[in-house]
Design a protein around this ligand. Structure first.
Ligand code: FAD
Ligand code: GLY
Length: 377
């Protein structure tokens, strides 16, 4: 039998890499199996927004987790820079969520008040104030909410930084290792089989993003792909300081005048082709928000596959029937934001379940139906 690991992680996206990093801090021997190259799927397609207040409902069980995760970023950025030399591009210049109708104005004013009552920094701004802060924006707006604590990172850099830091701590990464099935001994999962060999571990964590359903996530609605198309442009002079978020599209200003424009949303497809309709629609919406963008040079266009679940919440925890099998997937639109806290709590869960302080009951896998046999791949 080959070397036995403490934990084998299936999938080298941001969730697999962050969990490998936090497990390695506990001294675990960890192996990450990635079918292609690290971060090649959703984790390199993401715009990298850390949008707790912008993207999540306060009532959602994920909100508190996301808030804790956002707070981890400043220290994490330093730690990863020290360990790997990689700058994850953390920017904390806030986000504006813009209103374009009377109805939105009323809704957003209420959100701002409610969030403030709960101790969040959230401020309603009239049109004049918004345009004063971001002079290149259109003035056909009704105002917006200003969330000064929101920010963004470079999603591909963060994924690579987690992976390299984990490697510094001794984690083994195997790329081009497509896991085609789990290895069982009675009702225990003992390893994973790839076309380049079998690997054995005391625990197996499925973190294969939108592809995780292959590994015993039976019901179709438990986990499904949602395609997102996006583009980036280069501008000579910085046109924005803050992230701009609307119901139609978002604009994320990166270093060196780059702006990411995102993103479409097409459920139930693994097709990553970039379409005229998808990109054309984003360009049209983005130019309405920021008219000067019409002169910007298109840099890249791409698509990625978000892992979505039937109830919109991630699946984090142990398989209800099979020992040693864990899931951490379904982070949908927020996997970059949630990556630090997810890695940390799943490492705690796998390594020392008894001391777990974060309540994961809303994310438990048993809310969906499972198969106990692997589907043919
Ligand atoms: P993935 O990154 O998809 O990683 C899964 C990995 O598993 C892949 O590398 C895959 O190759 C591997 N794998 C699959 N099957 C196997 C197998 N059989 N064997 C071995 N390896 C396997 N989130 C935010 O927080 N903020 C944002 O601003 C944001 N913007 C986004 C914009 C777009 C256009 C998209 C598409 C997503 C965005 N997201 C954002 C969401 C975020 O990208 C995802 O939630 C996150 O990347 C999911 O990470 P993951 O590791 O679960 O999945
Ligand atoms: N969170 C932004 C997106 O998924 O497009």
């Amino acid at each position: 039998m080959s070397k036995k690991y403490d934990t084998i992680i299936l999938g080298g996206g941001i969730i697999g890499c962050s969990t490998a990093f936090y497990l390695s801090k506990k001294g675990q021997r960890v192996l990450v199996l990635e079918k292609g190259s690290l971060g090649q799927e959703a984790s390199s397609a993401a715009a990298g927004m850390l949008g707790v207040q912008t993207e999540l409902e306060e009532e959602s069980p994920i909100y508190e987790l996301a808030r804790k995760s956002r707070e981890m970023f400043p220290n994490l950025a330093e730690e990863l820079k020290d360990m790997t030399g990689i700058d994850i591009g953390l920017s904390q210049k806030g986000t504006m969520r813009l209103a374009f109708s009377e109805e939105q104005r009323a809704d957003y004013r209420e959100i701002a008040v409610n969030q403030k009552l709960k101790g969040e920094e959230s401020f309603w701004k009239d049109k004049e104030e918004i345009v004063g802060m971001e002079p290149c924006l259109t003035d056909s707006l009704f105002g917006g909410i200003w969330f000064p604590k929101e920010g963004h990172v470079s999603a591909p850099d963060l994924t690579q930084a987690f992976a390299r830091a984990a490697a510094v701590n001794g984690v083994t990464f195997r790329e081009s290792a497509d896991v085609y099935q789990l290895i069982f001994h009675q009702n225990q999962v003992v390893g994973a089989a790839t076309d380049t060999g079998d690997f054995y571990g005391s625990a197996v964590l499925v973190a294969a993003g939108a592809w995780s359903r292959r590994f015993l996530l039976g019901e179709e609605q438990a986990l499904y792909p949602v395609k997102g198309e996006a583009l980036s442009v280069k501008t000579e002079k910085a046109m924005l300081h803050t992230t701009i978020f609307t119901d139609d599209c978002y604009l994320v200003p990166k270093k060196g005048g780059e702006i990411i424009v995102g993103a479409t949303s097409t459920p139930h497809t693994f097709d990553k082709r970039v379409t005229m309709e998808g990109i054309g629609g984003l360009i049209h919406k983005a130019k309405r928000l920021l008219p000067l963008l019409g002169r910007a040079e298109i840099d890249r266009i791409w698509a990625g596959t978000r892992p979505m679940t039937g109830d919109g919440l991630p699946i984090m925890g142990a398989h209800p029937d099979l020992s040693n099998l864990y899931f951490s997937t379904g982070h949908y639109r927020n996997g970059i934001l949630l990556s630090p806290i997810t890695g940390k709590v799943m490492a705690d869960y796998i390594a020392e379940e008894a001391t777990l302080i974060t309540d994961l009951s809303a994310f438990k896998p048993e809310r969906f139906q499972y198969q106990t046999e692997v589907s043919p791949l």
